[in-house]
Design a protein around this ligand. Structure first.
Ligand code: NAD
Ligand code: TDX
Length: 334
């Protein structure tokens, strides 16, 4: 099988590329990535020499390059992760989110339709459903109406609609996955968990938006990879699958867990201005995926400890990222 993974130099796509190269030595895995600020290839040193792995630098919105690649490689599967992924950046400057997340997805759908594929898996997010209330009794199901609140989630919802339309109109074999917040190795330090771990390790203040009472539903990236593997091979064509492991935490709980596990002071917490349009709570009902046979390996307590240890052992990776351009972004943001 010939598998195209877009966004495979990023956090989740990067973990997925390594998972696939190791698990399926008889598949070829082509990692296509533009290498934006969020993409880096140093994470793939352990697989870059393997025969079943290759890398192509390209923009998913660049029609000519994408069409030429599909014609040459005749992919069986497209697993589409490539996106602008950070909500705060989308609030600051939405335009690139439309180009990459919406137009880029449409170009990949066109290429898949033109050259034929077994399956197009579109990796989406629970954020397309909007927000839940704090009552903790309701969950996002696959039937929850789409009500995206940020430019990022609006761009992801738009791409979901295009994927759906290419299935309905052209019979393209697709699945859409909508996962809750991921955490784990190689998570880019602009996001809450790696930002907190790296700043606490550096004895720096951790910015918590508003009162820290917003709730996210955390899933270890490894469990997201096993979910996509299952959907890619077993998912019913045309279906949407929610991915989540019932690990709801307030942001303040997450930050305190990290600080305490590193034996540092909670005085590092700094409450800052809230995010505009900040969604209150996300929580996934994963019943449909569980019925397909998926079971997560990590609960939050084991997963967060493994992740903290990973960031301690891999300081070189994140220290190189938080210097330079990233520092300018951070200083502007907070
Ligand atoms: P990320 O920002 O870490 O990585 C994105 C990757 O896409 C980077 O390597 C970047 O270089 C690449 N990219 C960006 N624009 C591109 C373009 N125009 N052409 C080609 N490559 C491009 O993102 P992530 O957190 O790994 O998220 C991956 C996917 O999973 C996204 O589609 C996101 O919406 C979805 N998702 C993320 C989460 C989460 O918690 N991080 C949860 C649910 C769904
Ligand atoms: O400095 C911070 N302080 C803070 O309180 C940051 C960066 C975030 N937060 C809050 C905002 C959110 O309530 O923490 C929560 C998590 O924030 P992010 O890590 O930015 O993630 P979120 O906005 O929930 O979106 C993530 O999950 C869904 C990913 O970035 C998306 O790509 C994915 O679709």
């Amino acid at each position: 099988m010939r598998v195209l993974v877009t966004g495979g130099a990023g956090f989740i796509g990067g973990n997925f590329v390594q998972y696939m190269v190791d698990k399926y030595p008889d598949y070829t895995v082509c990692n296509l990535d533009k290498l934006t600020y969020a993409g880096d290839l140093t994470k793939h040193q352990s697989i870059e020499a393997k025969e079943n792995y290759s890398f192509v630098q390209a923009d998913v919105a660049d029609r000519e390059s994408i069409m030429a690649l599909f014609e040459k490689e005749q992919f069986d599967y497209v697993i589409h992760f490539a996106a602008e992924s950070h909500v705060d950046r989308s609030i600051e400057d939405p335009e690139i989110f439309i180009k990459t997340n919406v137009q880029g997805t449409q170009v990949l759908l066109d290429a898949s339709k033109t050259f034929g594929i077994n399956k197009f898996v579109h990796v989406s997010t629970d954020e397309v459903y909007g927000e839940l209330t704090f009552d903790c009794k309701t969950f996002f199901t696959e039937e929850t109406p789409l009500q995206p609140n940020s430019p990022y989630s609006a761009s992801k919802a738009s791409s979901d609609m295009l994927v759906r339309a290419y299935h309905e109109t052209y019979n393209l074999p697709v699945n859409i996955t909508r996962c809750s917040n991921n955490y784990g190795p190689y998570h880019f330090p602009e996001k809450l968990i790696p930002l907190t771990i790296s700043r606490v390790l550096n004895e720096e203040k951790v910015p918590v938006y508003g009162e820290g009472d917003n709730i996210r539903d955390w899933l270890h990236v490894y469990d997201h990879c096993t979910a996509i593997d299952l959907v890619m091979h077993e998912g019913r064509v045309g279906e949407v699958y929610n991915v989540g492991g019932h690990n709801e935490r307030t942001n303040l709980e997450v930050v305190k867990t990290i600080i305490n596990s590193l034996n540092k002071s909670e005085e590092l917490i700094e409450f800052v201005k809230d995010r505009l349009g900040h969604d209150k709570r996300y929580a996934i009902d994963p019943t449909k995926l569980e019925k397909l046979g998926w079971k997560p390996k990590y609960n939050f307590d084991t997963g967060i400890n493994q992740t903290i240890q990973w960031y301690i052992a891999n300081k070189d990776w994140w220290k190189q990222i938080i210097s330079g351009e990233y520092q300018k972004y951070f200083d502007h943001q907070y």
